[in-house]
Design a protein around this ligand. Structure first.
Ligand code: ATP
Ligand code: MG
Length: 325
C-alpha cells in the first residue's frame, strides 16, 4: 500500500485546528434525507488526530448515516468537509483507501477461517505478502489459538476482535467503528477497548459509536446526537458540566411512591431509579430546590446533592430534543 500522509495543507483541514493538532475529520452542515425525512441535520464536527471520539445517541438518531457520509459511502444532500484532508464529496476513493470501517453487522465470511478471512482482506487491499500480513494481525490480536477456526463459529467477542483485525490490516489512519461491541460481554469489551487505546497511542484516530456509558467514559471526546442533531460535544466532563443539571440523590424507604409524586412536581425535570437510590434532576437549580424543599425537610428519605451521570445528561438532552421535534 502506498505510504499515506495526512494532508493538513488545505484551508478546510487547517480551519479550527487547536494547538496545531491535525484535524482528521472536519465537516460542516452535513444534512441527509431519506424519502423526504431528514435524518441528519446540519451536522458540524471536528475530530483531532490521535483521539478516540465517541459517537452516542438513541437508535435511529443518524450515527451510521453520519459515519457513512464521513467515509464517502453516502453523499450528503448539503454540507461539506474533509476526512483525512480529502474532500468527502469528490475524493471518496482516497478516503476509502485510508479508512478502516467496521460496520454494525459482522461483515466477514462465516465459512472461511480466521486466517483465510484476514488473508482475503490483505489480497483485496493488494498487500505485498497477504500470508504474513494475516499472521501479523493474528498475533497482534491474540487469535493464534483460533486462526484455523471458522469465523462463523467464533463467540461474539472474538468475532469483533477478528473484524477489528481485518479493519487495521491495511494500515488505515482512521478507524470508523460502528457499535463494535454491541452484545459483547464485559471482559471482551474491556479487551477490545484496551486494543483501541493501544491503536490510538500509535497515532490512529478512532471514531466509535456506542450505546454503552462506560465506553463513552473511555473516549477522549464524545458527541451526542439525537433526531439527527448534534446536541453536545466535548470531553465527558465538559458535556456533563455544560448540561447544567442540578441533581439530588435520594435514599431510604418508599422510593417508588416518592418517584411518582416527584414526576408530577413542577420544577422536577427527571426522576430515575439508580439501584437502591433515586436521581432527581432539574434544569433550574432554584426551582428544583424550592419544589423539593418540603420533601427534603420532612423525610423519611435522605437527600444529598450529587453530580449528574452521563446517562442523566443524555436522557435529558434526548427528552428536550423530542419536545422540539
Ligand atoms: N438507506 C436508507 N434508506 C431509508 N432510510 C434510512 C436509510 N438508512 C438509514 N435510514 C433511516 O435513517 C434514520 C437514521 O438511521 P441510522 O442508521 O443512521 O441511525 P443510528 O443512529 O445508526 O441508529 P442505531 O443506533 O439503531 O444504529 C433511521 O430512521 C433509519 O431508518
Ligand atoms: Mg447505527
Amino acid at each position: 500500500m502506498a505510504e499515506a500522509t495526512l494532508r493538513t495543507d488545505p484551508p478546510m483541514a487547517a480551519r479550527g485546528s487547536q494547538a496545531g493538532a491535525a484535524i482528521v475529520i472536519d465537516v460542516e452542515g452535513l444534512t441527509k434525507s431519506f424519502n423526504g425525512r431528514t435524518v441528519v441535520k446540519n451536522l458540524t464536527m471536528q475530530v483531532r488526530k490521535g483521539l478516540i471520539y465517541g459517537f452516542l445517541g438513541p437508535n435511529g438518531s443518524g450515527k451510521t448515516t453520519t459515519i457513512r457520509m464521513l467515509c464517502g459511502l453516502l453523499t450528503p444532500d448539503s454540507g461539506r468537509g474533509t476526512c483525512l484532508g480529502y474532500d468527502i464529496r469528490t475524493e471518496a476513493d482516497m478516503i476509502k483507501r485510508h479508512v478502516g470501517y467496521m460496520t454494525q453487522r459482522f461483515s466477514l465470511y462465516a465459512d472461511l477461517s480466521v486466517r483465510e478471512n484476514l488473508e482475503f482482506v490483505a489480497r483485496v487491499y493488494d498487500l505485498d505478502d497477504p500470508g504474513a500480513a494475516a499472521e501479523d494481525a493474528i498475533r497482534r490480536l491474540g487469535l493464534e489459538n483460533r486462526a484455523g477456526q471458522l469465523a462463523g463459529e467464533l463467540s461474539g467477542g472474538w468475532k469483533q476482535r477478528l473484524a477489528l483485525g481485518a479493519c487495521i490490516l491495511p494500515g488505515p489512519q482512521l478507524l470508523l467503528l460502528d457499535e463494535p461491541t454491541a452484545g459483547v460481554d464485559p471482559k471482551a469489551r474491556r479487551d477490545f477497548w484496551d486494543e483501541i487505546h493501544a491503536l490510538a497511542h500509535q497515532g490512529l484516530t478512532v471514531l466509535v459509536s456506542t450505546h454503552y456509558m462506560d465506553e463513552a467514559e473511555r473516549c477522549h471526546e464524545i458527541a451526542y446526537i439525537a433526531y439527527g442533531e448534534l446536541l453536545a460535544h466535548g470531553t465527558v466532563e465538559e458535556v456533563v458540566a455544560n448540561a447544567h443539571l442540578s441533581t439530588w440523590t435520594v435514599t431510604g424507604p418508599d422510593l417508588a411512591a416518592l418517584a411518582e409524586t416527584l414526576k408530577r412536581t413542577e420544577g422536577v425535570d427527571m426522576v430515575a431509579p439508580f439501584g437502591s437510590a433515586l436521581h432527581v434532576l432539574g434544569r433550574d437549580a432554584d426551582r428544583l430546590e424550592a419544589a423539593t424543599r418540603t420533601m427534603r425537610e420532612a423525610g423519611p428519605q435522605l437527600w444529598r446533592r450529587d453530580e449528574p451521570t452521563l446517562e442523566d445528561v443524555f436522557i435529558n438532552l434526548m427528552s428536550r430534543s423530542r419536545d422540539n421535534f
